[in-house]
Design a protein around this ligand. Structure first.
Ligand code: ARG
Length: 290
């Protein structure tokens, strides 16, 4: 009995070793192949032909977009045919970029404050999230050309529209902005006497405004307009803030000029042929439903 078991184990071990060798076979032969002239040509051209991120994307057959889908009409969740779908004009542009590269678009919905980190950790290939290419961000990532310009809006409750007309009316009041956005910076720098409330998601900020936990929210005007259209209790105030950079651009990890160039080519075309304007109008329409 005992002897039998030992024999079986020995046989199994032999089989495993044989299998492992068989598995190694092709790999083990590979270096030998490099001795042939055919391989030498590949070897010689290797130093100049390092695989770029763009090559890798094409090889993978997909490009991964990082976005923060809390920002209608830029990117937001909508029910399409009974299915929760991420839509918006940034998404339409991203689809065109994927199409141009001949790959599938995969979308990762990440909080706005985690986007650049995800990009630099190679979790996503590019970011489109109504992101403004400011100097601070340019230190850590590269940007495409700007594809859309928007002004800043200050949203308040309709009942307070006459109460809050200038920045000084917000003295000592709580003013909301999305975490790590330029709007947060605007509150800090242009409303130093207001109390900044930073939250990760825009819908949460809007809820705080409705529930009188904050008195105003600084947000891009197209976003404010969308909420105002759907919520009679919300209004865009007369308060004006100064603009510096403005505009949205796609972000790419530093050192990938080929990808930036490919994105810029698509953006150029979509801006020139009016597609971006059409995508914005369509996204606004979708946002109005519900
Ligand atoms: N444009 C602003 C910024 O870059 C806000 C963008 C917020 N985007 C979003 N998808 N929530 O800081």
């Amino acid at each position: 009995m005992k002897k039998n078991a030992t024999q079986i184990i020995a046989l199994v071990l032999i089989a495993c070793v044989a299998f492992a060798f068989a598995g190694c076979g092709p790999k083990a032969e590979a270096p030998k192949a490099s001795e042939t002239p055919k391989q030498e040509t590949t070897k010689a051209s290797e130093p100049e032909k390092k695989e770029t991120k763009l090559d890798a994307i094409k090889k993978a057959g997909k490009i991964v977009l990082g976005t923060s889908a809390d920002y209608a009409p830029y990117e937001f969740h909508a029910m399409i045919g009974g299915k929760d779908t991420i839509v918006g004009f940034d998404i339409e542009i991203a689809k065109e970029i994927a199409k141009e590269l001949g790959v599938k678009l995969e979308i990762q919905d990440i909080g706005f404050d985690g986007l650049l980190q995800a990009l630099n950790a190679d979790k996503v290939d590019f970011v489109m999230a109504g992101m403004t290419p400011n100097e601070e961000r340019k230190k850590s990532v590269d940007f495409s050309n700007i594809y859309y310009y928007a002004k800043q809006g200050v949203m308040v409750r309709s009942e307070d529209k006459d109460k809050y007309k200038t920045i000084s009316d917000l003295k000592g009041k709580k003013v909301g902005a999305q975490l790590t956005t330029i709007q947060e910076k605007i509150v800090k720098e242009q409303m130093p006497e207001a109390k900044l409330v930073s939250l990760t998601k825009i819908p949460d900020l809007v809820l705080e405004l409705k529930n009188k936990k904050v008195e105003a929210i600084v947000v891009e005007l197209p976003v404010a307009n969308g909420y105002v259209k759907k919520n009679a209790d919300l209004a865009v105030s007369d308060i004006k803030v100064e603009e510096d950079t403005g505009g949205s651009a796609a972000a790419v990890k530093k050192g990938n000029p080929e990808l930036v160039e490919a994105i810029n080519k698509v953006l150029d075309r979509l801006i020139k042929d009016g597609s971006v304007d059409r995508f914005v109008a369509e996204a606004n329409e979708m946002n109005e439903v519900k």
